[in-house]
Design a protein around this ligand. Sequence first.
Ligand code: NIG
Ligand code: FE
Length: 411
Amino acid sequence: MTTLIINIKELLQVENVPKKMVCGKEMKIIPSIKNAFLLIENTIIKDFGKMEDLPKINTEKIIDAKGKTVLPTWCDSHSHIVYAGNREQEFIDRINGLSYEEIANNGGGILNSVLKLQQTSEEELYQQSAKRVEEIMKLGTGAVEIKSGYGLTKEAELKMLRVIKRLNENYPITIKSTFLAAHALPSEFKNNKSGYLDKVIHEILPFVAKEKLADYIDVFCETGYFSVDDADRLLKAGAEYGLIPKIHVNQFTAIGGVQVGVKYKALSVDHLELMRDEDLEILKNTGTMPVALPSCSYFLSIPYTPARKIIDAGLPLALATDYNPGSTPSGNMNFVISTACIKMKMTPEEAINAATINGAYAMGLEKTHGSICKGKKANFIITKEIPSYGFIPYSFGNSHIDKVFMEGKEI
Ligand code: NIG
Ligand code: FE
C-alpha cells in the first residue's frame, strides 16, 4: 500500500542521514522543505522532497495537504499511563492549601494509586489504560515510554508490566516499558527500606528480566523516597540484568541523582526542576539525555526545569508529559510544547526538536522515530491549515491536528 501526501505547505524535521539527537545551538534549527511531498510505502517513509521534484509514480492513495504542515509524531519518553482510578480529591486538597509532599505524608500520593491498582483486575487496568493510549494517539503521540511503579508488590508490578506489553502488541503506537518498583516505599515496609530494596532486587527484578517485561529501570531518587545510595544499589543490580536506567531526579531536591544516573550510563535523567552547576557539568559529553516535564511543573506549581541553562550549556533536552494520576493527569504533548515555549523560554524549534528526535533518543528509538527520514516509521501529523509551525505552541490549548498517521495508516 502506497500513500502520497502532496502540496504540503511545510514538511518539518526532515533528514537524509539519521542523527542520534540534537544538542545546544543545533536545537534552534528545524530542517524543513516548503511545498513538499511525502511518500509512504506500507509502514515506512519511502521518499520525500520538493513538489517540483515529485517523480511520476502510481499510488493507491493521494492526500492533498494544501496549506497544512506535516511533522513527525511526538515522542513522549516519560509516562505512567498504566494506572487505576484517579486522584482528583488530592487536586482539591492542594487547591485548599496542602502540598504534594503533605498529601503523600498523609498516606495519599503514590500510595493512594498503589492501593487502587492492587485492587483492580488486570483486565480492568488494561481497559482504563487503553483509553489513555487511544487519547494520546489522537493527540499526535507516536511513541511513548510507560513505567510500572504503582504496584510495589511482585504480583502488582508484573500486572502493570504485562498490561504495558499488551498495549504495545495491540496498538500501532510504539511503547517502551520501564520497571519502577522503587517509586515509593510500600506501607508494609514503612520502617524497612533496605528490606524492600532487597525484595525488589532479589525477587522482582530477576523475574522482570527473565520474562523480558522491561526495557529500562527507574528509581524515584528524592528526599523522603530513595536516596542516592539506594539508587546506586538498584541501578547496579539493574545493570547486572542489562537494564539501562531512566531515572527520576532533582524534582524537589538536588541530592546527587544526576551523578548516580551518569555513573550507570542512564539513557535519560528526568524532571530536573532543580539544577545545580555541578549537575549541568556532569551531563556534558555523556549519552544521557536530560528530560523536562513542564506539565508536571504547571500542575504542581513547582519550578520549571531551567531549559535555557541546559541548552545554553550545549546540552540536549527532551520534553515529555509524565502523564500520571498525581502530578500530571494529562498526556497532551501539544500542551507540553506550548508550556515549554511560554514558561521555559524555549523557541518553537527547540521545543519541536525536544519532543521529536530527542524524545526518540530518550527511548532508544532514534533509528526509527523522531524525524521524517527514508526508512523510518511512517508516523506523522498533518496539521490543520496554520500560518506557520510557530502557531502550534503559540495558539496554546487548541488542537491544530487534522490527521495522525502511525505505521503508514491514518488512526
Ligand atoms: O513523575 N515523581 C514521581 N512520580 C510521579 C508522580 C507520581 C504520583 O504522584 O502518582 C512523577 O511526577
Ligand atoms: Fe514520572
